[in-house]
Design a protein around this ligand. Sequence first.
Ligand SMILES: *[C@@H]1O[C@H](CO)[C@@H](O)[C@H](O)[C@H]1NC(C)=O
Ligand SMILES: *[C@@H]1O[C@H](CO)[C@@H](O)[C@H](O)[C@H]1NC(C)=O
Ligand SMILES: *[C@@H]1O[C@H](CO)[C@@H](O)[C@H](O)[C@H]1NC(C)=O
Ligand SMILES: *[C@@H]1O[C@H](CO)[C@@H](O)[C@H](O)[C@H]1NC(C)=O
Length: 489
Amino acid sequence: MCRLWWSLWLITLSHPFNIALSKLEQIPTPPLPILPLPTFSQLKWQQREVIMFLHFGVNTFTDSEWGTGHENPAVFNPVGLNADQWVTTAAEAGISLMILTAKHHDGFCLWPSKYTDHSVVRSPWKNGHGDVVQELVNAAKNRGIDVGLYLSPWDRHDPRYGHDLSYNEYYLAQLQELLNNYGSIREIWFDGAKGANAPNMSYYFTDWFSMVKELQSSINIFSDAGPDVRWVGNEKGFAGSTCWSTVNRTSLSIGNASIVEYLNTGDPNGRDWLPAECDVSIRNGWFWHRSESPKKLSQLLEIYYNSVGRNCLLLFNVPPNSTGLISEVDVHRLKEFRSAINTIFSNNLAQKCSIKASSQKGGKEAGFGPENVLDSDHLWTYWTPREDDEGYHWIEFRSIDKGLRFNVIRIQEAIGLGQRIKRHVIYVDGKRIAEGTTVGYKRLHRLEKGVVDAQIVRIIIKESRGVPLISSIGLHFDPFWHPNGQLSS
Ligand SMILES: *[C@@H]1O[C@H](CO)[C@@H](O)[C@H](O)[C@H]1NC(C)=O
Ligand SMILES: *[C@@H]1O[C@H](CO)[C@@H](O)[C@H](O)[C@H]1NC(C)=O
Ligand SMILES: *[C@@H]1O[C@H](CO)[C@@H](O)[C@H](O)[C@H]1NC(C)=O
Ligand SMILES: *[C@@H]1O[C@H](CO)[C@@H](O)[C@H](O)[C@H]1NC(C)=O
């Protein structure tokens, strides 16, 4: 009985249902993602490309990098502090997130924590009524810039350090202050830095991370081991020339020197989406020192190509000076840096080319054609070949008139559906000019040979996890790039 009703129901419905299905099949759908995928917040983070770190505290006044914890709070007196100037500097450098050292290893707190008096409260600055975290948050809000915080786990001042329970309670209490009272915080930074003679203690990272996620929904947690953003394994600002956003979190631990190589390159078989951040200072030190000056523009560009150009974020430290301002030389260098990047990337010679590809998913009208690599969407429109296409997948640019003169090739994957490309090669007029492994959100090839003049550029994907999805390609001219000291005309 039951079975009969069931068959009748099927017969009645099968006909119209089939028609609806076949119509649907004609609308080409995006390919399945290849896991793991970024979270919403990780994807937003990736698109920032460059973020700013501000190392500021008692060390700014004592000419040191690692304070002892015995500093007199009276040394902290940035009489001209103006967070608007910091934020303007960042905004003009195209930076949308600024991370402040709310507390460094010396334990001095830049906000009036109620759990310690080793803070701005006992400093002469604003007669003890100042709050640097609040000043940054207010200034950033006015310019639509996001804020992140660093709260050093290692604390050389607080007597609870070395006592697991009481120090972890203290640390969690401060996390609650910072994440409850200052609005939306987009990144929190934990590191494993610790002096050789520091007392032995364990940090309750699991408790810390849970608390952070509870208090801030769109935050990314940075540490050697994530859970959202991983360290790149060095402080030079250089990612591995192979750099996967994927890694196995279970193979990572915080403050473990034997994993730096793994952090630098990631893992093509990694189960977790955990992209890398490259922290480096615009100067030699992290804190401001009168004797130091910013790195040269060519060094900053080298860092950019080796971090952003290798699928990573550049966390650029720009330390305010003892007046409480970012020094004019640093402001100037940052402006030069941004203006150089704009000069290089605002003109895409590929726009003046005809484009061809080995194949495209779903045919001409399907929306997955090679022309997608030239639109302004760098995530959700892309060229993808047919899945059953045999041989290597390739995309080719052919100059429409005069020829192409460039020295930088930019490739971007639609990482919203997973990082895929494992190996790619670039040919110019039939000659191999560059090759690489991973691409990810952005891969920049700055040509070692210098400028090339060409008619045809072909990018071949030699190996990938599933079909490649390429969201953007650029052929650019970098007038600041002079390999082997050679001057380009
Ligand atoms: C630190 O603590 C761990 C775990 O309790 C122990 O194995 C190690 O020997 C200690 N190290 C020092 C320097 O006390
Ligand atoms: C450091 O990492 C290595 C490699 O993953 C691992 O074997 C070792 O147990 C880790 N050490 C600590 C202290 O976590
Ligand atoms: C990471 O995990 C995957 C899946 O379990 C495994 O195939 C791969 O070998 C792991 N990578 C490392 C370095 O252990
Ligand atoms: C800090 O930078 C500002 C802006 O360039 C400058 O006016 C001030 O003199 C600097 N302070 C110190 C101590 O160098």
